[in-house]
Every structure is written in C-alpha cells, then in structure tokens.
Design a protein around this ligand. Structure first.
Ligand code: GDP
Ligand code: MG
Length: 703
C-alpha cells in the first residue's frame, strides 16, 4: 500500500530547513534520515519549491560515488544547491541519509546520498544498496562520481558500487517483467553520467571512456543475470555518458568554467533556447519516470518503504497504485470543491416556482469538479484516471439528482397551476372553444416543461424527465375533465334557469285563464324553449370534445331538469291555495259579472240559483283540467324517458335526486283526493258568494 503523507502529525510538516545563508528555496530536505525513515515534509517542500503543480515538467537527478569524492561539492556547483560539504580542515562526517534540494532556477530535484563508506570501512553495504535502488526508481540521471586515477582499477570501490547499481536495476526490470509490465524499450532506460574528477588532461576523455566502457562491460558480463536476461547488454538498460572535470583545488578557474559548461546540459530551456543539439541535454523525456509532481512525495515514500522492508519492488505496479491513490485523492478534493459550490446554492424557491439558474449552476459545479480532477489526474495511469473520473461523475450526478427531481416536481406543480388558471380565464370570456383553449394551454405547459427539463438535465447523467412529464400530462387531463364537467354543469344550470324564467309567464298566463287548449299553450311553449336550449347546448358541447354518449347524457339531464323546472312552476301554480284563488277568480268572473264584463246588481227578477249553479259547475269542471297535464292536440304532447339515465357523467350529485323519476306520474298534478278536497273547499267558498248575492238582492228590494 501507499504511504499517505496527509496523515502525518501536524508538527511533522515542518517549514523548510534552511542553512545559515540559505533562503527558503535553497533549502535542502533530508528525505531519508539516519534511521532510514522517509520524511513527511516533502509535499510541503514541493510546494515551497513551486514544483507541486509542475506535472511532468521537472526532472530528478541523483549522485553516486565513494565518500569524499566531491559529490556534494559538484552538486552545489552544478545546481546552486547547499548540500553539506565535508570541511577540508576538519574532515568532519556529514549527516547520513538522502538529501534533496531544488536546483536554482531550474525545475530539477537533486538528490545527494550521504552514507558511511561501507566498503572502505568494512561495514555492510546495506544502505548503499537501498539508496541505489531508491535512486534507480526515481531518478532519470545518475551522476557517477569517480577520480581519474581510479579509472582502470577494476577492483576498486567504484566497481562494487556500479555492480550494485546494475544488479538492482536488473531486479527492478525483472519484477516489472514478471508483472508483464516491462516495456523493455528505451523508455525504461536511465542515464549514467560518469563525471571523472581531477582530470589532469594527460589521458584524453576518449581513452578514459573506452577504458571505463570496457570495465563496465566486463562487470556486466560477470553478473549472474536472471533467466531470460542472460544475453542482455548494458545498453538495454542504460545510456552511458562521460565528462571530465579538472582538479578543483589545482585548477580552480578551469574547474569553474567546465562546471558552468556542464551545468548547461542540465538546463533544458537553455539547451533548447540556444538551439543546441537536444542530445546534449541530459534530461531527455525517455528517461523521465512519468510520476506527476503532485504524486512524487507519495511515490518516493512508498518506494522507500518497500526498499527498507526488502519487499519486491516493481515500479509499474507502484505507479498504478500511486495512480489509484492520487486519483482517489484528487477525486475527493474535486468532489469537495463541487460540494462547496452546491452548498452555496441559494435555497430552492417555493414549490411551483422555478429556479431558472439551477441548470447552469449545476453544470458549473460539475465542470469545476471535473476541471479540478482532470488537471492533475489526467497525468496518471489512463485506465485508473478514467475509472475514478467515471466514479466522480457518478457521485456528482447522484448528488445533483435530487435537485433535478425537485425542479421537475416544482415545474409540474407550477405549470399545472398556470394551465388551470389559463383555462379558467379563457372560460370567463364569451365564445370560447373549450377544446382549443385546453389544447393551447396544454401545448404551452408541455413546451415549458420540456424547456425546463432540458435546462436541468446534465449530459450523461442518464436522468429522465419522462415520469414527471407523464404525471403532468395525467394531471392536466384530469383538470381538463374536471373543468369540462364543471362547465357543462354550469351551462345546463344556466339553460335550466332560462327555461324556467321563460316559462314562468306563459304558465301563469295559461293557468290564470283556463281553457281546453291550456296545456297545448304551455307544452308548445315549453318544447320551443327546450329545443332552443338543446341547440345552445349542442353548439357548446362540440367545443368540449364531448363524446356522443356524454352529449346524450347531458341532453337527457337537461330535458329532465327543464321538465322538473316546469313541473315545479306548475306545482306552485296548482298548490291548493293558489288554485283555489284561480278558481275563485274564474267563478267571480262568471257569477259577479255579466257577459259584457259589467258587475251585476242583483234584481228580484234575476235567477240567482241558475246563474250560480251554472257558474259553479263550469268552474268545477276545470278541476280535472288542472289535474293532468294533457294537451287537447296530441301533436303538442311531450314525452320523456322515465328511467334515470347516466346523468352522473355530467353531474354526479344530480343523479341521485333524479333517480326516482317517473314521467307518467309527473303528468299528474292533482291526485283524486286533492281534487275532491279542492272541490269541497271551492263549494264552501261559493256558498258564501251565493248567500251574499241573495242578501244584496233583499236589501236592494227593501230600499
Ligand atoms: P562527498 O562526500 O563526495 O560529498 O564530498 P564533499 O563534496 O563533501 O567533498 C569532500 C572533500 O573533497 C572536500 O574537502 C572538498 O573540498 C574536496 N573536493 C571537492 N571537490 C574536489 C575536487 O574536484 N577535487 C579534489 N581533489 N577535492 C575536492
Ligand atoms: Mg557529500
């Protein structure tokens, strides 16, 4: 597993270690200490060195060589670093471990290895081996520092050191190969740059190079190589290069000049800027270990841990693990960036009110997360990067999904309300076409819903507005249905009221002056009014998209209602008191007035009895006429189906009241009992007229 420097104690992330004269950027860091522990402060230093965001735009160089061969001195000259140099007067031992620093004005991580010279002191070569392994794993260029006079001394300490480097490298290659991840091409190569110190000049570089190359090949041939690599060459794993430097103390000016020259080869921009041959630059992309700068601290720490615990180390696997770890970290950081943006969203408006900027805010938050992730994570193992990205996207989408759902619900609610209001407003006017009003309102609502849904649907989210759209459609259907029923009911009520009003006068007039064709007048007027009402209804109903059944049901209800309205008017007119009053007026007309309508003054010769009986009988004959609605001419008859039809289609409340309706019964206004009672009362009243007439005649006679 990988080290996680994030969990280091706060105090461990110390500031930059500076030596007396150094500024922050000159600071060096002891990445591996005397106790072989890896630092927790590398991340901090990478930031301080302004390399944390460098991506692949940095290089790593390490130095190897016997103790006190001027390695630290060379690094300080080449890179402007401040590594400890053994004092010439005191010969004091410098602090053991691996040190790291950033090259001055160049994005280069420089590693200086300080160890006990195990070989010379007879100590074990453990640390040498570990630091070699570590350096091979992370550095592109290994500087191998040797004295000129050591060249050709095949048994010297340097050869032992190089043997270690070779062995370690073969081990790394083998481990990668066993994982099936070794590329075996130039991409796996490391540059060994031999710096031959205290070069006197007597032996030219070419000769030194030849001698060293021969020695190296001899060394390589003598290695016991793993299976399958028996015939491999040094060149398969390393590029070799050689430079000389004059004696620092004896030829200080020359030394300085050649160091400056050598320095140019480590300065990429310089090499390119000067249009120098790119091959003269030591940092070539094929040597780069492809560890993004933001992951270098985790990577190095993990490598060192594996090295220290003598675990099998295969770099491709380590790089994949690093990719997983870093991409995970980057995804988490990206998600919290995203979460912070989302939590800063303004509160959602009340349901039914749309949040017009939600879609763009969601998209912005998602983009911010992806940009944050992609910038750094895209440099890691492509498959790992892509997998973690997909997870991040899924997480972002599921975090936003509730907002999407809420927005759609709100749109649903708001649009349904607007839809209803729009229809209701249109219904207030005259001459509307219900079907068209509904269709237009619906189209508008659907269009707006579509737009809103599109606005908040993020790409690749897989979100669907289908369910909400369908629910809205259903709701609009039921609202339209409700409004249609309500409208129909209102219309029927209006028509009913109109008939009632129109009929009131006709009925009163006809019943006040009873005649044989009294019912013909009433019924023909009623039928005319009803026909007009039906026509008015049918005209409206077509715009309601009503089915034929619905129209028939409404018409049947309308007819019944109209009939019942007529009936109730007739009931009112034929109630006992009212009818008695009518009969009295007719009787008075016949008894108290003569044929010319002049009030009678009874004289002794008048035959009161006959006149009285005739008037009374003719009125009594009217009672059966009032009792039944029956026209004299059959063409004026009115028929109505007796069974209760499915008027509930139009008005469910009305149907119950109308259920017990029987048309034939409804033609009878007065039961025989009512007729008898009426005629009895009428007789009693007319008796009083008779008595009064007699009395008035007597008094006129006596005058
Ligand atoms: P390191 O142990 O390899 O890092 O060596 P240092 O850089 O600490 O130097 C060890 C000693 O060698 C110091 O006293 C330096 O002054 C001296 N020294 C440095 N460079 C040279 C050089 O080019 N030639 C010689 N002869 N001595 C050098
Ligand atoms: Mg040193």
């Amino acid at each position: 597993h990988l080290r996680n420097n994030d969990h280091a104690p706060a105090g461990a992330a110390v500031g930059l270690q500076s030596n007396a004269e150094g500024s922050g950027l000159d600071a060096k860091l002891q990445v591996v200490d005397e106790n072989q522990r890896f630092t927790t402060a590398l991340d901090e230093h990478m930031k301080g060195w302004k390399l944390a965001d460098a991506g692949f735009n940095y290089d790593v160089v390490a130095v190897f060589g016997s103790q006190s061969t001027g390695k630290s001195t060379l690094l300080n000259r080449l890179f402007g670093t401040k590594f400890d140099v053994m004092s010439e007067s005191e010969r004091r031992q410098t602090t053991k471990g691996i040190w790291m620093s950033k090259g001055q004005d160049m994005p280069v991580l420089v590693m200086d290895v300080e160890g006990t010279d195990g070989r010379e002191r007879g100590e074990d070569q453990d640390f040498e081996r570990k630091s070699a392994l570590f350096s091979m794993a992370v550095a592109e260029v290994l500087l191998v520092n040797i004295w000129e006079h050591q060249v050709g001394l095949y048994q010297g300490a340097n050869m032992g050191l190089l043997k270690t480097v070779f062995e370690v490298n073969l081990g790394l290659f083998l481990a990668a190969k066993q994982k099936g991840k070794a590329r075996g091409d130039s991409q796996d190569k490391t540059l060994l740059l031999f710096v031959i110190r205290d070069h006197i000049g007597a032996t030219p570089l070419a000769n030194l190079r030849a001698t060293l190359t021969a020695d190296l090949n001899r060394l390589w041939d003598g290695l016991s190589k793993p299976e399958g690599l028996e015939s491999s060459k040094i060149d398969d794993f390393f590029d070799l290069d050689f430079v000389t430097l004059p004696h620092k103390l004896l030829q200080p000016e020359l030394f300085e000049a050649q160091v400056v020259e050598l320095r140019q080869r480590f300065n990429k921009s310089n090499v390119q800027g000067a249009a120098a041959s790119s091959s003269s630059s030591v940092f070539q992309s094929k040597y780069h270990k492809r560890i993004p700068a933001d992951g270098i601290s985790t990577y190095m720490g993990t490598i060192w841990d594996a090295v220290v615990s003598n675990k099998d180390l295969d770099l491709p696997t380590q790089q994949e693990l690093l990719a997983q770890f870093r991409c995970g970290e980057l995804a988490a950081a990206a998600f919290s960036t995203f979460a912070a943006l989302v939590s800063a969203f303004p509160p959602a408006p009340p349901a039914g009110q749309l949040d017009s900027t939600l879609g763009s805010r969601m998209l912005d938050a998602k983009q911010a997360a992806l940009v944050a992730y992609d910038t750094a994570a895209s440099r890691y193992h492509p498959a790992v990067y892509a997998r973690q990205r997909a997870e991040l996207v899924a997480k972002v989408h599921s975090a936003l999904a509730p907002l999407f759902a809420t927005q759609l619900k709100s749109a649903h609610k708001g649009l349904l309300r607007a839809y209803r209001v729009e229809i209701e407003d249109a219904l207030k006017g005259d001459g509307y076409d219900f079907a068209r009003v509904v269709a237009e309102a619906r189209a508008r609502a659907e269009r707006t819903f579509e737009e809103e849904a599109k606005r908040v649907t993020l790409e690749e989210s897989g979100w669907s507005a289908e369910e909400e759209r369908a629910a809205l459609g259903e709701d609009m259907d039921s609202v339209a249905e409700l409004l249609r029923k309500e409208e129909t009911r209102k219309m029927v009520a209006v028509i009913e009221r109109n008939i009632k009003r129109q009929m009131a006068e006709t009925v009163e007039l006809a019943l006040d002056s009873p005649s044989a064709d009294m019912w013909d007048k009433v019924l023909s007027a009623f039928k005319a009014a009803l026909a007009k009402a039906e026509e008015a209804y049918v005209r409206k109903a077509t715009s309601f998209n009503c089915t034929k059944d619905e129209v028939d049901a409404a018409l049947s209800l309308l007819r019944r209602r109209a009939w019942l309205a007529l009936r109730s008017k007739l009931d009112e007119q034929t109630a006992e008191a009212a009818l008695l009053n009518k009969l009295r007026l007719v009787f008075e007309d016949k008894f108290r007035y003569d044929a010319d309508g002049v009030p009678r003054v009874w004289k002794p010769e008048d035959d009161i009895d006959t006149i009285f009986r005739k008037a009374k009988d003719s009125v009594l004959e009217l009672i059966p006429l009032y009792a039944h609605i029956k026209p004299s001419d059959d063409k004026n008859a009115f028929e109505l189906a007796s069974s209760a039809s499915s008027s509930s289609l139009v008005d469910p409340a009305a149907s119950a009241a109308d259920d017990e309706f029987d048309f034939a019964d409804s033609l009878q206004l007065l039961t025989p009992q009512a007729q008898a009672s009426l005629s009895a009362r009428f007789r009693r009243e007319t008796d009083a007229y008779y008595t009064e007439a007699k009395r008035s005649m007597v008094s006129s006679t006596s005058q």
